[in-house]
Design a protein around this ligand. Structure first.
Ligand code: ATP
Length: 842
């Protein structure tokens, strides 16, 4: 523990120097907690073999090696290993992508170093650093409070106690009520903290091992797929058993048929489906992060596609959060020339936490035009001795300054709030009483200017002789400052996109209802009602539920009202995305289906409560994240439909051939090779498909809609039948014509592989014709096609492989037959899009 008495006061004012920080970083290490144990590559590789079918396959191939089929058995093992390696590589890729995304939102802290206020990655905090904390911060080290203003800390993370704890300044021996701990959060107030411990030495560090063992939870999608996979698994196992029996009855060798049926099961059972989904989700999330939308919680990607409501903050999200003073109302008149009285200017400088270029944009705007020396002089002359910080609930801020023997109180805030607290008005240096008629006149001026989309702050002050007096009462109203916050240029288009995508945008703001209305109008928000916090207070939850869908703007809102709004919308079965940045937004962010926090202005607490962080705070980014969420979901559907139709076809080919009295059309090696070529790569390529343009012209997916609907099953059925017929036709016609089983098998094998590779192209869109979406526009698909064809041809044209696979080289006529048959499923798929379009009227 650090002894406070030995520490120089200078440290409290200036913080450490960069040299000291460097030394201390070397000595104490980074301020990080140990991460949970990671699986090694070897462990991952071994995990690939925990599948019971693979074990049977390995076992069967070893048995067959013992009985003389050595080459077959080695090749089977080789394919199994190759598959496992592919599995590991994909898993790593997914993990890497997610790790990179996670790094984008590593927490930061504000510290005092070399006399300057800096924002640094929290991992660089060292003991003796001076941390500057404010509401919404997550405390990133242990320390003792050396200065504070109404500091309250939520320590539930450590103690389980959910009521925030008041902390005060440590005077002599530090006690519990002046110490703060890593992992806890500041819910109110501000503080300066001297860091005592970092990393593993903090209280949290001591218990970190226990909490770092996070369990990987399956997303709802993965659970659904697990279920589909299990169902098909059982079905295919039964069919494989029947194939085994049929083959054996028809005179096949028991061991051969065992290998065949197990290979069939391995090839057909979509055991890898959840894994592919995870990869596609991970890569999708990575792509989204590149576009400034960082997903913190994987299932959120699915939910994004189902969002029906976007409730957005105004300042910074719809607007640029770059305030600029447009006009000032003082002494009974409005001026545009910033020629303002000393008294108002003084209030703007004093009741203000900003430096020239650092701080809250509203406050920066207030001193932007003032000379640096004047700011310094004024703040030195009227030393601030106390303050009541701004909160979104109180909508005002008050500071108290030394003023000779007396004290100067300065308040600024929302117009109606400050007028309510004012008893007098200053006009041309004369202070007179404010009548209620005059107050109304002043409020009318506010409304007139708010209608221009301006943000209006009121200022008031007074002098008191005794700090026990009521501070924020009987103030002298000084004037209004009117600011413009330019709109973000991309937002209007994004609102338009929302509307055509069946998503309703709603504005939730702390600002004046008329200002909010003017801005909503400019941005083309849908028509609707404006509701304020006051009105919200007077209606019950049921009443709110009834009217909530008619409201477009919630103005003068307290952050805690957001929770009620989310709940009301959810009672209406809406899927709600809600933005927020402050500590009091956290409950609503947690409750929303998609809680969205702000990367630039958001507090750590809000970020932690959210499912997604917008790195650029931009509404348009949120809308494009919805588009990407829809795309990813649609792509997952595409590859599931593709995989299932291929796998079902493989099973049907084997089953019907045997049922019709033919020998198995595919050998175990064919089946396993097929699995390698057609399963993972084309499926992943479908997962990478770019979003289709009309995705944002459709209504959102139903919240409860399962991953596969009747619509998708109908595609699976037609496609699997088409592939089965093409393959069986090739096999049976050739077998009947030549009586050469190897030749017939080669044809079946080639038709099956090529038709699946070609069909994958058509599967790139459920409704868009291939020639319209651009045949070669998905380069992953082109790559997987070429890769598949090379692997296929290798087993036909490389003599050694041909021998092992018992293939023959097709004649020219046969090659043409193969090509013709293999394009059949593609053609059927494209034609069925016409019918589907009619049916859905899209
Ligand atoms: P949004 O909720 O869309 O971000 P907002 O920024 O206006 O909108 P708040 O920050 O909660 O919302 O501010 C609410 C009101 O409080 C503002 O309209 C303004 O009148 C007043 N206000 C804002 N910032 C300050 C401040 N630093 N000091 C005093 N009053 C402020």
């Amino acid at each position: 523990m650090i002894d406070l008495k030995t520490i120089k006061r200078e440290l409290f004012e200036k913080g450490l120097t960069s040299e000291e920080v460097e030394e201390r970083l070397k000595k104490f290490g980074k301020n990080e907690l140990p991460e949970g144990k990671k699986e090694t590559l070897i462990q991952k590789f071994i995990n690939q073999f925990t599948n019971f079918l693979i074990i049977i396959l390995i076992f069967a191939s070893i048995v067959s090696a013992v009985f003389g089929e050595l080459i077959d058995s080695i090749v089977i093992l080789a394919i199994v290993i190759l598959n496992a390696i592919l599995g590991v590589v994909q898993e790593r890729r997914a993990e890497n992508a997610l790790e990179k995304v996670k790094k984008l939102t590593t927490p930061t802290s504000t510290v005092l170093r070399d006399g300057k206020v800096l924002k640094i990655p929290s991992s660089e905090i060292v003991p003796l650093d001076i941390l500057l904390l404010e509401a919404g911060d997550k405390i990133q080290a242990d320390g003792i409070v050396i200065k504070e203003v109404s500091l309250f800390v939520d320590e539930s993370m450590l103690t389980g106690e959910s009521v925030p704890v008041k902390k005060s300044v440590c005077t002599s021996e530090p006690t519990e009520d002046c110490k703060v701990y890593m992992g806890t959060t500041v819910v109110k107030g501000k503080a300066k903290v001297l860091v005592t411990e970092t990393g593993i030495n903090t209280e949290l560090g001591k218990i970190a091992e226990k909490i770092s063992e996070t369990k990987k939870e399956k997303t709802p999608l993965e659970v659904q797929l697990d279920n589909i996979g299990k169902l098909l698994g059982i079905l295919f196992l039964i069919v494989s058993a029947v194939v085994f029996l049929l083959g054996w009855i028809r005179g096949g060798k028991i061991l051969d048929m065992l290998l065949t049926s197990v290979s069939l099961a391995v090839a057909a059972i979509p055991e890898g489906l959840p894994a592919v989904v995870t990869i596609v989700l991970a890569i999708g999330v990575y792509e989204m992060a590149k576009r400034n939308a960082v997903i913190r919680n994987l299932p959120a990607v699915e939910t994004l596609g189902a969002v029906t409501y976007i409730c957005s903050d105004k300042t910074g999200t719809l607007t640029q959060n770059k305030m600029q003073i447009i006009a000032v109302f003082e002494d009974g008149k409005i001026g545009n020339d910033l020629n303002i009285s000393e008294r108002l200017k003084q209030a703007m400088i004093l009741c203000n936490d900003a430096e020239k270029y650092r701080g809250d944009p509203t406050e920066i705007a207030l001193i932007d035009f003032v000379d640096d020396d004047l700011i310094k002089e004024t703040r030195e002359k009227f030393e601030r001795i106390s303050e009541i910080p701004f909160t979104s609930e109180s909508k005002r801020m008050t500071t108290i300054h030394k003023f000779g023997e007396n004290f100067l109180v300065v308040s600024k805030g929302a117009a109606e709030v400050i007028l309510e607290l004012s008893k007098f008005e200053k006009v041309n240096s004369i202070v007179s009483e404010l009548s209620s008629k005059r107050k109304q006149e002043l409020l009318n001026i506010v409304e007139e200017n708010a209608a221009k989309g301006l943000r209006i702050l009121a200022f008031a002050d007074k002098v008191i002789s005794n700090l026990n007096e009521a501070i924020e009462q009987d103030l002298v109203f000084l004037g209004f400052v009117m600011m413009k916050d330019p709109l973000r240029s991309e937002v209007k288009e994004a609102i338009d996109k929302c509307r055509s995508a069946g998503i309703r945008p709603v504005m939730i703001t702390g600002d004046h209802p008329i200002t909010a209305y003017a801005i909503a109008k400019e941005l083309d928000f849908p028509e609707g009602v404006v509701l304020t916090s006051k009105e919200l207070e007077s209606i019950s939850d049921e009443e709110l539920t009834k009217i909530v869908e008619n409201v477009t703007i919630f103005a003068r809102i307290n952050p805690l009202d957001k929770l009620r709004i989310v709940e009301a919308l959810q009672r209406k079965n809406e899927v709600v995305a809600m933005t927020g940045d402050g500590v009091n937004d956290a409950p609503a962010l947690k409750k929303a289906d998609i809680g969205v926090s702000m990367g630039l202005t958001g507090t750590e607490v809000a970020k932690e409560a959210s499912d997604m962080v917008l790195l650029d705070d931009n509404f348009a980014t949120l809308v494009s994240a919805v588009f990407q969420g829809r795309t990813i979901f649609e792509n997952i559907r595409k590859f599931i439909v593709y995989l299932l139709s291929c796998n079902i076809a493989e099973v049907m080919v084997m089953f019907f051939a045997l049922l019709l009295g033919y020998p198995p059309p595919l050998l175990p090696l064919h089946l396993l090779w097929l699995n390698l070529v057609t399963d993972s790569f084309p499926a992943l390529a479908l997962g990478m498909e770019k979003g289709e343009e009309d995705l944002m012209k459709r209504p959102p997916r139903g919240k409860k809609e399962s991953i596969l609907t009747k619509y998708h099953y109908s595609i699976i059925i037609t496609q699997s039948i088409a592939i089965t017929i093409a393959t069986l036709l090739g096999f049976i016609l050739s077998y009947k014509r030549t009586g050469n089983l190897n030749e017939a098998r080669t044809i079946a094998y080639m038709v099956l592989v090529i038709s699946e590779l070609l069909r994958a192209y058509s599967g790139r869109s459920f409704e868009g014709y291939l020639f319209k979406i651009g045949i070669f526009s998905n380069s992953f698909m082109n790559f997987s096609f070429i890769f598949g064809i090379v692997l296929l041809f290798a087993t036909i044209y490389v003599p050694q492989l041909r021998f092992i696979f018992k293939n023959t080289v097709p004649t020219i006529i046969e090659s043409l037959d193969i090509l013709l048959l293999a394009t059949l499923p593609l053609v059927i798929s494209e034609f069925s899009k016409i019918i589907r379009k009619d049916e859905y009227g899209r």
